[in-house]
Design a protein around this ligand. Structure first.
Ligand code: PEP
Ligand code: MN
Length: 275
C-alpha cells in the first residue's frame, strides 16, 4: 500500500477494526446501524413523533440538529439551547442514542450531558482547533467529509482527533461537489470501500445529503451498505414537505421502514449483524 500522510488512522498503524460501543450499541466492522431523524429538531412534538417511530422500528440511534451549520445565515439556524431538554427526554424515555451536531466549543458542557455522539458538520471538517477541543471531550465523534475535501484530507482531519487520544471516530461520506446540478451533491461511492481499506475507523454513509433527493435515498443507501459501509445516517421527517430544513431529501417513516427491510436483507447477504 502507498505511504500516506495519515498515521494513527491507517490500517498500517492498527489492523483490526475500531468498534464504537455506546451502551452496547455497536458501530463498526460486522455491525451495521441506521442513524435516523430529522435534519433539524423543530419542537418537542415533532422530535418525539419521529423518535417514537424510529424506536418502534427497532432502531437505536436518533439524529437531529439543534445548532445548524447552514451555508446561508438567512436560513433556519436551529432551536439551539431549547433542544437540550428534548434530547434529555428522548434519551431518558426512549433510550435512544442521540447524535447531534456541535458547532462551537462553548456548547460542550451542555451537549456532553444530552448527546451521545458529537457530529462535526462538513463545514467544520477542517476547523482544526475545534476538532482538537471536541476530541478532548473523549466523546464519540461522527466526522463528516467536507464537500470539497478529498479522502486523504478527511483522514487527516480524523488524525487531529486521534492525536488527542480519542479513538472513537466515525467517518461519514456525505457527498461532494461535482459538475452535476441535478443532485445536491454527488455521493462518492468509491470513498466507502477505499476508506475501509485505508483505515480501521468505522465508515458510514449519508445518502440524504449525498443525493438531496428523497426518492433516491434508498437505492444510494443500499449501494453504500453493499460497498461496505458500517451504517447509514438518514434524514427522516413526519411531514417532510413542511420541514424547516432539508425536507426535499427527508424520507417518511414508511420509507424508513422499507430502507430498514432492505438493509437487513443486505446484511444477511454480507453476513453482517444489523445493530
Ligand atoms: C446535517 O447532517 O444535517 C448536515 C448539516 O450535514 P453536513 O454537515 O454534511 O452538511
Ligand atoms: Mn440536513
Amino acid at each position: 500500500m502507498k505511504d500516506f500522510s495519515f498515521k494513527l488512522a491507517s490500517r498500517k498503524h492498527k489492523k483490526e477494526d475500531t468498534i464504537i460501543n455506546i451502551n452496547g450499541n455497536l458501530i463498526g466492522e460486522g455491525n451495521v446501524c441506521i442513524i435516523a431523524g430529522p435534519c433539524t429538531v423543530e419542537n418537542r412534538e415533532q422530535a418525539f413523533e419521529i423518535a417514537d417511530g424510529i424506536k418502534q422500528l427497532g432502531l437505536k440511534f436518533f439524529r437531529g440538529g439543534i445548532f445548524k451549520g447552514r451555508t446561508s445565515p438567512y436560513n433556519f439556524q436551529g432551536i439551539k439551547e431549547d433542544g437540550y431538554k428534548i434530547f434529555e427526554e428522548i434519551k431518558k424515555s426512549l433510550g435512544l442514542v442521540v447524535v447531534s451536531e456541535i458547532t462551537s466549543a462553548s456548547q460542550i458542557p451542555q451537549m456532553t450531558k444530552c448527546v451521545d455522539i458529537f457530529q462535526i458538520g462538513a463545514r467544520n471538517m477542517q476547523n482544526y482547533e475545534f476538532l482538537r477541543e471536541i476530541a478532548r471531550t473523549k466523546k464519540p465523534i461522527l466526522l463528516k467529509r467536507h464537500f470539497s475535501a478529498n479522502i486523504e484530507e478527511l483522514l487527516l482531519a480524523a488524525e487531529y482527533i486521534l492525536l488527542e487520544g480519542n479513538e472513537q471516530v466515525i467517518l461519514c461520506e456525505r457527498g461532494i461537489k461535482t459538475f452535476e446540478p441535478m443532485t445536491r451533491n454527488t455521493f462518492d461511492i468509491n470513498a466507502i470501500p477505499l476508506l475501509k481499506e485505508l483505515t480501521h475507523l468505522p465508515v458510514i454513509a449519508d445518502p440524504s445529503h449525498g443525493t438531496g433527493i428523497r426518492s433516491i435515498v434508498n437505492p444510494v443507501g443500499k449501494a453504500a451498505i453493499m460497498a461496505g459501509a458500517d451504517g447509514l445516517i438518514v434524514e427522516v421527517h413526519n411531514n417532510p414537505d413542511q420541514a424547516l430544513c432539508d425536507g426535499f431529501q427527508s424520507i417518511t417513516l414508511q420509507m424508513l421502514r422499507e430502507l430498514l427491510k432492505d438493509t437487513k436483507a443486505i446484511c444477511d447477504l454480507l453476513g453482517k449483524k444489523f445493530n
